[in-house]
Write a protein that binds this ligand. Structure first.
Ligand SMILES: Cc1ncc(COP(=O)(O)O)c(C=O)c1O
Length: 382
């Protein structure tokens, strides 16, 4: 099977599996226990937390100390940011029109509870338009949340520009960096955000753990109760083993990044160019092509073809890809991201997502070109 659904999740790296196995064999116990065994677990957990924080550009110095809260994954970290940063009386919440459901549906909940939620629009390439943001921020605002890169199109978002406007108005900015980490260089301090979400299963790490990085100036209110772990911001016994797997995956991803990033980009570009050559420019549209994108993501529309039929035909041919966000797949709902981009119905209903990884080979790219063009031609004949 050729796996090009890496934005849904990635294969666990062998070295991570080994680090996890070793950690489980070591038998770390509860890091909150007071005995020596608990203290050993605590030291290893703190070490993983600090290493991860440093690797993503968080700062721990004499003068300031960013924090990292472990969660069960990206979804929980995004929910924690939306519900835990500030309080309802602090005012409106602003998100973009293309956020992952773990932000957009959490925002729906806030709206149902009486918070005003505004959405920044995107242009036809899927880039967030922030011209109105300064005006909007003249009203009391609790939080702005904008993703670093879109999970469906891979389009990079103007987060630094948005951060500058938020800073000027002293409004906290949360950045969902789930798809960016390990694919492009990401530095929390340079982003100048107040909070940032990470999810290691997107870079060959374990599923079941994620993190919310916090600037030392922001206060996070808990959304769960019943323990003093992680300064009571996110209670519950931490998994030292998963934290070790997280650390290992991040170290590997960042070591591989300089070469893997370039390789994935050249593979992705070759895939798109070859498919355009095979099918012709009238038969295929690259969504977000005019914008800066993550190096490994390709969102392709084959107007007139049903995306579900194409994904199923490709599955039969041995290609695992998707119609968009894994959280929305299973449903045949059209992609909110592509709708927000104002694309026409034929493009939206004929779009699939291919997401490569650092494991993707040139041979797989050749096979992808062959299978995708074959399936598209066959479905078109029908
Ligand atoms: C942009 C983005 N944010 C958040 C998430 C949720 O992360 P997790 O699967 O770790 O809950 C995803 C997962 O697809 C994502 O792509």
């Amino acid at each position: 099977m050729i796996y090009v659904d890496n934005n849904a999740t990635t294969r666990l790296a062998e070295e991570v599996a080994q680090a996890l196995a070793e950690a489980y064999a070591t038998g770390y116990l509860n890091p909150s226990s007071q005995h020596q065994l608990g203290q050993k677990a605590r030291r290893r957990l703190d070490d993983a937390r600090e290493t991860i924080l440093n690797l993503v550009g968080g700062e721990i110095t004499k003068f300031q100390s960013d924090r990292l809260v472990f969660t069960s994954g990206g979804t929980e970290a995004n929910n924690l940011a939306l519900f835990g940063l500030g309080k309802p009386s602090d005012g409106q919440v602003i998100i973009s029109a293309i956020e992952h459901p773990s932000i957009s549906e959490a925002a729906d909940q806030l709206r149902a509870q009486g918070t005003t939620v505004r959405q920044l629009p995107v242009d036809s390439n899927g880039v967030v338009q922030y011209e109105e943001l300064g005006n909007w921020l003249t009203e009391p605002t609790r939080l702005v949340s904008v993703m670093l890169a879109n999970n469906e199109t891979g389009v990079l978002q103007p987060v630094s520009e948005i951060a500058a406007i938020c800073r000027h108005r002293q409004v906290p900015l949360h950045v969902d960096a789930v798809q960016g980490i390990g694919k492009i260089p990401v530095n929390f301090r340079s982003l100048q955000a107040s909070a940032m979400t990470i999810s290691p299963h997107k870079f060959h790490g374990p599923r079941g753990i994620g993190a919310l990085v916090l600037d030392d100036r922001v206060k996070l209110n808990p959304t769960m109760f019943g323990g003093s772990q992680q300064l009571a911001m996110r209670p519950g016994t931490e998994s030292v083993e998963l934290a070790i797997g997280f650390q290992k995956a991040l170290e590997l991803a960042l070591t591989a990044l300089p070469t893997a990033g370039l390789r994935m980009q050249s593979q992705r570009d070759r895939l798109e160019t070859s498919l355009l050559g095979e099918l012709g420019p009238e038969a295929m549209v690259i969504n977000g092509a005019q914008a800066l994108r993550l190096p490994h993501t390709s969102n392709l529309a084959f107007p007139g073809i049903d995306r579900q039929a194409l994904v199923m035909a490709l599955d039969m041919a041995g290609v695992a890809c998707s119609t968009g966000s894994a959280c929305a797949s299973g449903s045949s709902e059209p992609s909110p991201t592509l709708i927000a981009m104002g694309l026409n119905e034929e493009v939206i209903s004929g779009s699939i997502r291919l997401s490569l990884s650092r494991e993707t080979t040139e041979e797989e790219i050749d096979k992808l070109v062959f299978h995708i063009s074959n399936c598209v031609k066959r479905l078109r004949r029908r």
